[in-house]
Design a protein around this ligand. Structure first.
Ligand code: MSP
Length: 659
C-alpha cells in the first residue's frame, strides 16, 4: 500500500465552475478513484485561489468586502464538484488562516536561505494573469496581453524578488534526472527549453493592493498571488500532522496554461525552502484545452455551459465518461453535444447497458433467479475470460500512465468481446433446448465478467458501476486501504446469490429528446449543435457543394454515423414496389431490424439471405407507407444502374462496428 496525493489547480473565484475547470477536477477524481480501488491511501485536494487585485476590483464593483465576496464566490465550487461525483478529501481556500500561516512559514524559509531580496519593479502587468510580461511577450502595437487580449498596465513598485536565476542549473539537472516530472513528454521539452533560454529573478510581492497574504516582517507588501497560491498543495496537509505523510504530491493536474508556474517556479520555491530533490512533487501533468461544440471557451461561453446542468441533462457519469473517452488526456479536444449523444447511445447504451440487458432477462429462464454456478467451460468461455484478464491488465497500465482514454478503450474492447460472446454462446438457444446446465454456465460467466467490469469502470462512472452491481445483486464498490480490488480474474464462487432486477442504464436519447435536452441547457444558438437535417427523401450519401463536387466533412461529422455489420436473416419482395426488398437483419441486437432497401432489381430475396451487409444503424426511421418502415440503410456501391452490396470479406459477428 502506498500513498497517492493528487491535486487540481485552485480555481480563481472571479469565474464560476465551468467545463474547463470541471474537466481538470473530474480527471483528478478519476485517477484518485483508480488508486483507491487499488488499495492506495489516497488524498484528493482542490480549492480556490482568492487573493489578488482582480478579486479586490470585483468586490469593489459590487460594493462588498473582499472577504464577503470571497465567501460567496468560493461556495459554488464547493457545491459543484460533488454534483459531478468528484469526491475531494479537502477543499483549501487561500484566505483560510491555516493556509496563510504555512505560506508565511515557507516565505521565511526562502528568505532565511537568502533567496529573497528587496528591489523595485517596473513592468507591464496583466491583472487578468496577475503576472508581469516583457514587451517581447506582449502583442504589439498596443502591449496587449496574449491571454486576455487586453492592454496591460505599466506598474512600478517596490518589490521583493525571488532568486529564480540561481536555480536554473539545479532545475535542469532535476528535469534530466526526473524526466517524468513533466508530462506529457512533449511538455517537458517545452519547459526545459524555456529554462535553458535563461531565467530572470521574479518579483514576488506587491504594494499596490492589500488583498493578499502579508509578507512576514514587512506588512506593506502582500505576496504575489502565485507565491501565495502554489504552496496550497503543501499548506493543506500540514495540519493535523498525520496528513504530512502524503507529501510529496504524486501528481499536480494543471491546464497547459499554467504549466510554467508549476514546473519551474514551484519546484524552485521548494528548493529554496530547503526541500531535497526527492521531496519535490513527483509529476506535473499538463492537459489540453477544451473547446465546446467547436467554439473557443470565451468567458461568456464558460459562464453559459454549466457542467452541473450538462450532468443533469445527460447524467453525471455520461459526462464524466465523455470527457475521459472522447479527448486524449494531454491533448486539446472538443466537447460536442452531438458526439456526446452519439457515444451515449452507441457506446454506453449499446455496448455497456445492453449487455446487462441481454443477460439478466435470460436468468429468468433458470429455475431460480440467482447467479448460476459455472458448469463445464467451452472455448467460448475460456476465450472471454482470457480477454477479461488481458483488458483488465491493459486498463490498469493505462490508468497508471494517466491515460484514462486508453483505459476506457480496453474496457470497451472487453465489452465488445462480451457482446460477441453472447451472440455466439446464444443462451436463448440453450434455454429453448432446455439445456439448463449450459444456460447456467453461459450466464454465470457473462455475469462474472460484468462484475469485473463494474470495478473497471468505477473510477470513471462510479454511479453506473454501483447500479450495475445492484442489478448483479452486489453491494456498492467500497475501496479499502491496503486491499487491491482490481479484477485480475473474473469473480467466481458466488453462485446462488440473488440477482437484482434488470433496469435500463442508458435509456436511448432519440433526436427529439436530444433537442429537448439541448434546449434545457439554454446555451443559445451560437453554441447549440446544428439542427439534424430532415430525413432525406433520396439518400444523399456525399456532401456536395453547388457545383456537385464532394465537399469535405469533419471527423466529427463522420463519427455521427453508426455503421454496423449486419447479417440478413429474412428477405421478401414488397408488393407493388418493383425496386424494394423488405429485409430482417441481425445487428447483434435482441431483435432483428426491419430494413427496406431499393435493391430488388439487382438482388433476389433468396440470394440476400445470409449476406453480410454494412448498415447505417442510427439513421432515423423512414416510412414507406402501409406500415412499412426502414430502420436503417444498407450501403451499396453504384456503377451506373448497377448496384453492388458493400460486404465484409471476413465472417465478423453481427453488430460489429465499422469505423
Ligand atoms: N488560480 C490559478 C491556479 C493556481 S494553482 C496553484 C488559475 N485558476 S483558473 O481558475 O484560471 O483555473 C485554471 C485551470 O482551469 C486551468 O489550468 C485548467 O486546469 C482549467 N481550464 C480553464 N479553462 C479550460 C479549458 N477551456 N479547457 C480545459 N481546462 C481549462 O489558473
Amino acid at each position: 500500500m502506498s500513498t497517492f496525493y493528487a491535486t487540481t489547480p485552485i480555481y480563481y473565484i472571479n469565474d464560476v465552475p465551468h467545463l474547463g475547470t470541471a474537466y481538470t477536477t473530474i480527471a483528478v477524481d478519476v485517477l484518485t478513484r483508480y488508486h483507491r480501488v487499488r488499495g492506495d491511501d489516497t488524498r484528493f485536494l482542490t480549492g480556490t485561489d482568492e487573493h489578488g487585485l482582480k478579486i479586490e476590483r470585483v468586490a469593489q464593483e459590487r460594493g462588498i468586502t473582499n472577504a464577503a465576496f470571497a465567501d460567496s464566490a468560493a461556495q459554488p465550487f464547493k457545491d459543484a464538484w460533488p454534483m459531478l461525483s468528484c469526491a475531494f478529501d479537502d477543499f483549501i481556500r487561500t484566505t483560510e488562516p491555516r493556509h496563510q500561516k504555512h505560506v508565511q512559514e515557507l516565505w521565511r524559509k526562502v528568505r532565511d536561505a537568502g533567496d529573497l531580496y528587496l528591489g523595485a519593479y517596473e513592468g507591464w502587468y496583466c491583472v487578468g494573469c496577475e503576472a508581469y510580461y516583457t514587451e517581447k511577450e506582449l502583442e504589439q502595437p498596443d502591449n496587449v496581453c496574449p491571454v486576455h487580449k487586453k492592454p496591460v498596465e505599466r506598474v512600478k513598485e517596490p518589490s521583493y524578488f525571488f532568486r529564480l536565476n540561481k536555480y536554473q542549473e539545479r532545475l535542469l539537472k532535476f528535469y534530466e534526472e526526473h524526466p517524468s516530472f513533466v508530462a506529457p513528454p512533449s511538455r517537458l521539452n517545452e519547459v526545459m527549453s524555456f529554462v535553458r533560454s535563461g531565467l530572470d529573478d521574479i518579483s514576488v510581492s506587491r504594494t499596490t493592493f492589500q488583498w493578499g497574504i502579508p509578507v512576514p516582517d514587512d506588512p506593506q507588501h502582500v505576496m504575489w498571488v502565485w507565491f501565495d497560491a502554489l504552496p496550497n498543495y503543501w499548506s493543506a496537509i500540514q495540519e493535523p500532522p498525520e496528513l504530512r505523510k502524503y507529501w510529496p504530491p504524486n501528481i499536480h493536474f494543471v491546464g497547459k496554461d499554467i504549466l510554467r508556474f508549476h514546473a519551474i517556479y514551484w519546484p524552485a520555491f521548494l528548493m529554496a525552502a530547503g526541500f531535497s530533490d526527492d521531496q519535490l512533487p513527483k509529476q506535473v501533468f499538463a492537459h489540453g484545452f477544451l473547446t465546446f461544440n467547436g467554439q473557443k471557451m470565451s468567458k461568456s461561453l464558460r459562464n453559459t455551459v454549466k457542467p452541473v446542468a450538462l450532468a443533469d441533462a445527460f447524467g453525471i457519469d455520461s459526462v464524466r465518461y465523455y470527457l475521459m473517452r472522447a479527448i486524449a488526456f494531454g491533448q486539446d479536444g472538443d466537447f460536442s453535444l452531438s458526439d456526446l449523444v452519439q457515444r451515449y447511445n452507441s457506446e454506453l447504451g449499446n455496448a455497456l447497458g445492453n449487455l446487462l440487458n441481454r443477460v439478466l432477462p435470460q436468468c429468468r429462464k433458470l429455475p431460480e433467479y440467482k447467479l448460476p454456478a459455472r458448469g463445464e467451460l467451452t472455448e467460448l468461455e475460456t476465450n472471454l475470460l482470457a480477454e477479461a484478464r488481458t483488458q483488465s491488465a491493459a486498463a490498469s497500465v493505462a490508468f497508471d500512465a494517466v491515460a484514462p482514454q486508453r483505459a476506457l478503450d480496453a474496457i470497451f474492447a472487453l465489452l465488445g468481446t462480451a457482446n460477441q460472446y453472447i451472440d455466439r454462446a446464444a443462451p436463448w438457444t440453450a434455454a429453448k433446448q432446455g439445456d439448463l446446465a449450459r444456460l447456467g454456465t453461459i450466464l454465470a460467466v457473462a455475469l462474472e465478467v460484468m462484475e469485473s467490469v463494474s470495478i473497471l469502470i468505477w473510477p470513471v462512472m462510479p454511479g453506473i458501476a454501483d447500479q450495475i452491481r445492484e442489478q448483479l445483486g452486489l453491494g456498492p464498490v467500497v475501496p479499502v486501504i491496503g486491499k487491491d480490488l482490481w479484477p485480475t480474474e473474473a469473480a467466481t464462487g458466488n453462485a446462488g446469490r440473488a440477482l437484482g432486477d434488470a433496469k435500463p442504464l442508458f435509456p436511448r436519447i432519440d433526436k427529439e429528446r436530444e433537442a429537448q435536452l439541448v434546449a434545457s441547457l439554454g446555451i443559445g444558438d451560437g453554441a447549440a449543435p446544428p439542427a439534424p437535417p430532415a430525413q432525406a427523401k433520396e439518400a444523399a450519401p456525399t456532401a456536395q457543394d453547388a457545383t456537385g463536387a464532394t465537399t469535405q466533412i469533419t471527423y466529427d461529422d463522420f463519427a455521427k454515423l453508426d455503421l454496423r455489420l449486419g447479417v440478413v436473416i429474412a428477405a421478401e419482395k414488397v408488393k407493388g414496389k418493383d425496386k424494394l426488398l423488405s429485409l430482417k437483419v441481425d445487428l447483434g441486437e435482441p431483435e432483428p431490424r426491419g430494413l427496406v432497401a431499393g435493391i430488388a432489381l439487382t438482388y433476389t430475396p433468396e440470394e440476400m439471405i445470409g449476406k453480410r451487409i454494412m448498415v447505417v444503424s442510427n439513421l432515423a426511421p423512414r416510412k414507406f407507407g402501409k406500415g412499412l418502415v426502414s430502420n436503417g440503410m444498407l450501403l451499396c456501391a453504384k456503377d451506373g444502374d448497377k448496384l453492388t452490396l458493400m460486404t465484409s470479406l471476413v465472417e465478423l459477428p453481427p453488430g460489429s462496428k465499422i469505423s
